[in-house]
Design a protein around this ligand. Structure first.
Ligand code: ADP
Length: 410
């Protein structure tokens, strides 16, 4: 808004009628567009006029009957009125001029030098300053508003953060409880299960004496189901140990070739049931290593049983060799199958606990989804690594590489 271009409303405050008339004439001669020139003759009347109407600029005489110019400027500013105030002073009164400006006057004009040019200049610059001040005030208000908004948003964020932290603690507590529950339950369940396995084995041995073929089959099924259940429970127990970081190795001398041959022999019947070829290729010069035999067996069993589980036709091959190009003396175990394979989108996730590519209730294969997570944790304990390559409908290869001599964490 260009104030100088619209008709201005001016208020003059002077008790001398002749001076008022002179001021009016001079104002009219400035060439500025004027809407109205109101006149009052004392300070109180000036304050009342400013209360009742808006003025673009006020000219006030320093000498008034009730208040002096300084008091009037102070009172007007104290009321929060921001209108430009120009004080008409006596000749050469510099000190008064400085006091007036400090009190909030916009400008002062020596009455003896009052002419059209001086007035026009005075009004224009007073209005410009007023405009600039208004804009600054508005900007400051906007900054204040956005500051308040930011503060509010900060508070909301902080509340959010605290809420998330509280939920995190809750989740961690629930997680710990769950792990403890899993550990206790799987431990408790293993005892009766071992009894079921033991007794069903005992019964199976006495079948010829007493039982029909059907009864013998039933006992066999009790045994094999209990055996599977024990496998699942052991996985859950291992997993809960892994979460509590209580999974540990008991390394000793191991004949890796012998261990692999025995495990393959154990798993032959499982492969035969699906008419799969299960074989072993050993390329190790020295089969003796230092490692935990039980945990090594667990790695073989998990990888081989997955290979058998996810393959409908073809073969599962276990290969053991020295790791090519490994910086230290390391062993490489690979398990290759000709099964369903894993899509490249799923491959990065298969080592996560409870991850199963087929998570539907109707999935064909059983399992907890913990096997690979446990194998990965065991391999890490051995200071080794595990990875997989796979092509859907072609098959998968799992690689496990670890040092020939594993150290126990001390
Ligand atoms: P589980 O076998 O109990 O489901 P795992 O942790 O052993 O759990 O395996 C996780 C998932 O990885 C399996 O559910 C399966 O989707 C995929 N997977 C593992 N091994 C193979 C394999 N040899 N061929 C195809 N998919 C596999």
């Amino acid at each position: 808004m260009d104030l100088a271009n619209r008709p201005l409303k001016i208020l003059t405050v002077d008790d001398d009628a002749v001076d008022r008339l002179f001021l009016r004439r001079t104002l009219q001669d400035t060439g500025l567009k004027l809407a109205d020139i109101a006149e009052v003759d004392c300070g109180k009347a000036a304050i009342a006029a400013l209360d009742n109407a808006f003025y673009d600029c006020v000219f006030l005489d320093y000498r008034l009957p009730d208040l002096n110019g300084l008091q009037l400027v102070q009172q007007i500013r104290a009321q929060g009125t921001l209108t430009p105030l120009v004080v008409l002073t006596g000749q050469g009164d510099q000190e008064t001029a400085v006091a007036l400006m400090k009190a909030g006057a916009s400008d002062y004009v020596d009455k003896s030098r009052l002419n059209t040019d001086a007035l026009a200049h005075c009004i224009r610059s007073a209005l410009r300053i007023y405009e600039a001040e208004q804009a600054a005030r508005q900007a400051q208000q906007e900054v204040q508003v956005s500051n308040a908004l930011l503060l509010q948003q900060n508070q909301a964020l902080e509340e959010h953060r605290q809420e998330i932290q509280r939920q995190n603690l809750e989740v961690m507590r629930a997680y710990r409880l769950k792990s403890e529950f899993l550990a206790t339950m799987s431990h408790e369940l293993r005892t009766p299960l071992n009894a079921i396995i033991g007794f069903s084995q005992l019964l199976a041995r006495r079948r010829e004496e007493r039982w029909t073929q059907q009864q013998t089959e039933m006992v066999k099924r009790i045994y094999s189901n209990a055996h599977n259940l024990l496998g699942l429970l052991n996985e859950i127990l291992d997993f809960s140990k892994l979460e509590a970081q209580r999974l540990e190795l008991r390394p000793g001398p191991v004949n890796l070739a012998e261990l692999a041959e025995n495990t393959i022999a154990e798993m032959h019947s499982l492969a035969e049931q699906k008419s799969l070829k299960l074989s072993l290729q050993l390329h190790l010069k020295d089969p003796m290593i230092i490692n935990d035999p039980l945990r090594l067996r667990q790695i073989f069993i998990n990888l081989l049983s997955n290979g058998i589980k996810f393959t409908d036709a073809g073969s599962v091959l276990l290969q053991i060799s020295s790791a090519p190009g490994a910086p230290t003396d390391e062993v490489l175990i690979t398990v290759t199958d000709t099964g369903s394979g894993i899509a490249s989108d799923d491959l990065p996730y298969i080592f996560e606990a409870f991850r199963q590519v087929d998570q539907s209730h109707s999935r064909r294969h059983g399992g907890t989804g913990l096997g690979l997570a446990i194998v990965e944790a065991i391999v890490a304990l051995m200071g080794g690594k595990i990875w997989a390559e796979s092509a859907p409908q072609v098959g998968s290869t799992f690689y496990v590489q670890f040092p020939r001599v594993v150290q126990t964490a001390s």
